[in-house]
Design a protein around this ligand. Structure first.
Ligand code: NAP
Length: 305
């Protein structure tokens, strides 16, 4: 097998897959690595209704459509975990769980992962009542009482999704104002089976030997226990950039800094999507950054010919 490529894409979320589509159509020799399933965070999103041109689509369906598109182009995802990048002159060595590769360009599209609350009981009841994905696990709590923690767009959207399945949804937020569009909040408030608790701090997850049964909150200096069968935490994300610490492309919050060409300060290393420091974290902006990175690489190759 030829282990030298023009470009290596790390991550097959929407940013990485978008870059792959453009590189393939331009005839660039590349490989794309993904350690889990294609689609990344989009797989954890319920209904997407702000993607221009598509009125409404489930996150996993959008991810699958994009995956089919790359398969139709003959692109093969390589299931490998990238462990290290080393710069060697104008080339890079990329070490994965399976092999060592060399390339001229890298597009990092490793996304973000859900942030945890770090309170007692969280580890114990993870996957035993606590989840970070309403689309994946909501059905297990059909007709039961659940809580959603967070006051951002993800929390509100997923609370709406769960209110269609569960008996009762309690949204718990640490402040009294939200980081989501008013229409979403109004929509949530109008649901009869939704309760919103504000200014509430999660102190502990409680339960029996194996299963979550409630959440201990502190509200106005008083403790209160909310009985729930499930809890979905949506309190933001952490970029998946730990393996890039040595190549000096991260800011203090561990996000990758890119310019308007999606390039980092290391020539030849590009980044796209939610692992980057930016203003707008949307599917369409991730796709756009991936496509810009791909086109910069295509232009570089074409101007050499
Ligand atoms: P976010 O906007 O950063 O909101 C995180 C929420 O969690 C905030 O309300 C925050 O409270 C709360 N929080 C953070 N740490 C906490 C802690 N330790 N304990 C309790 N609460 C805590 O995150 P997000 O909702 O995941 O959204 C991230 C980005 O993705 C946003 O730009 C959003 O617009 C975008 N997004 C887009 C879509 C879509 O287009 N369909 C869907 C989902 C998300 P404070 O407000 O007090 O800080």
């Amino acid at each position: 097998m030829n282990k030298t490529y023009n470009t290596i894409i790390i991550g097959a979320g929407v940013a990485g897959m978008s870059a792959a589509i453009y590189l393939k159509r331009a005839g660039i020799n590349f490989i794309i690595f993904e350690k889990e399933m294609p689609g990344g965070q989009v797989n954890r999103t319920s209904d997407i209704e702000n993607y221009p041109g598509i009125v409404s689509i489930k996150g996993p369906d959008l991810a699958m459509n994009m995956y089919k598109q790359i398969l139709n182009l003959g692109i093969v995802l390589s299931t490998e975990n990238v462990e290290k990048i080393i710069k060697k002159g104008k080339r890079f060595t990329v070490e994965t769980s399976k092999d060592i590769y060399t390339c001229k360009n890298i597009i990092i599209a490793t996304g973000r992962r859900p942030k945890k609350l770090d309170v007692p009981g969280e580890e114990k009841y993870l996957n035993h009542g606590i989840s970070f994905c309403a689309v994946c696990d909501g059905f297990f709590f059909k007709n039961k009482d659940v809580a959603v923690i967070g006051g951002g767009r993800a929390a509100i959207e997923e609370a709406l999704y769960l209110s269609n399945i569960c008996n009762k949804v309690t949204l718990i937020h640490r402040r009294d104002s939200f980081r989501a569009d008013d229409n979403l909040i109004e929509s949530l408030k109008s649901r009869k089976n939704v309760e919103i608790i504000i200014n509430a701090i999660v102190k502990e997850f409680i339960g029996d030997e194996t299963t979550l049964t409630g959440i201990k909150l502190e509200i106005n200096n008083e403790e209160q226990i909310i009985p729930v069968a499930g809890c979905f935490t949506y309190i933001g994300q952490i970029p998946n950039t730990e393996i890039f610490k040595d190549i000096e492309i991260l800011n203090n919050d561990n996000y990758i800094v890119i310019d308007r060409d999606s390039e980092t300060k290391v020539p030849g290393i590009y980044a796209a999507g939610d692992c980057c420091k930016k203003q707008v974290y949307q599917i369409i902006t991730a796709e756009s950054e991936g496509i810009i990175a791909a086109n910069m690489i295509i232009t570089k190759e074409n101007t050499k010919k």
